[in-house]
Design a protein around this ligand. Structure first.
Ligand SMILES: [Zn+2]
Length: 261
């Protein structure tokens, strides 16, 4: 039952394809799209930001298995999951103090996890920077596989942030520049209040079947930067570096004093 094979009638796989998110070759196309949307906006007024939803988790602690190599890619994905944990808490304190939030628990060597991340050195399916494939029964997410290309290190974290928005159950936003917009990706992107309101709705057990918009009282804005912890290996490396610096400094002082005598 767990893999759904025995209940195929209720099973479907939603494949959220983040095509083009990070492809330099498409820069001109994207510039064209932005220009066209500006022209359309000038005539019709800005579209109300909205986002679609694909499913919700039946629990709040979500385990994530991430390959520990390449290390920089592992760190980028851990950072993305910790960012989602932190910005949900920011949104909760701002607007829904008594609500619950999802928590990603990351491990490099989990044998069983709710979310499995795979790194690839090529574009996924030839064109995609990231690909998230959730297994969903009756709007409830059972497990998710996330593929992320390592071709673009500077925006790896943003790709992971976008894909983990899908992992939480978000579809795409219609709003240019939103983290969950399918066609734009920016190194400094962070989840918006729209994205976080949608995650809040899912955490409350609601999976609207049409795109949702922000309620009155919550402005559309990006979540603020949050500080997230580095991995334990990074921490240990920093401690060792600190000890080395102190040791060398003390040695230099001792040598200088001996020379002075
Ligand atoms: Zn996407």
């Amino acid at each position: 039952m767990e893999n759904g094979i025995s209940t195929p009638i209720y099973r479907y796989i939603y494949t959220a394809s983040c095509t083009d998110c990070a492809k330099p070759l498409l820069t001109r196309t994207l510039a064209c799209l932005v220009l066209c949307s500006l022209i359309v906006t000038a005539y019709s007024g800005p579209a109300m930001p909205s986002i679609s939803l694909i499913g919700r988790w039946g629990k709040y602690d979500i385990s994530v298995r991430i390959p520990n190599q390449p290390k920089w890619a592992y760190d980028a994905v851990v950072n993305a999951t910790e960012t989602w944990n932190a910005v949900q808490l920011w949104f909760k304190e701002m607007y829904y103090p008594n609500s619950v939030t999802y928590v990603f628990l990351t491990q490099p060597r989990l044998t069983q996890a709710d979310v499995t991340v795979n790194f690839t050195e090529n574009w996924i399916n030839g064109t995609d920077a990231g690909l998230t494939s959730p297994l969903i029964f009756n709007h409830v997410i059972q497990s998710v596989t996330v593929g992320i290309s390592t071709l673009q290190p500077p925006i790896m974290r943003t790709i992971a942030l976008h894909e983990f928005g899908h992992v939480l159950g978000l579809g795409h936003s219609n709003y240019t520049g939103d983290l969950m917009d399918i066609s734009t990706i920016h190194p400094n992107n962070s989840p918006s209040t729209l994205d976080l309101y949608a995650v809040h709705e899912l955490a409350e057990g609601r999976v609207p079947q049409t795109p949702i918009t922000l309620p009155n009282g919550i402005p559309y804005e990006a979540s603020p930067p949050v500080s997230v912890g580095g991995s334990s290996a990074t921490f240990i490396a920093a401690v060792i570096a600190g000890i080395l610096i102190v040791t060398v400094s003390v040695a230099v002082v001792i040598i200088q004093r001996r020379n002075e005598k």
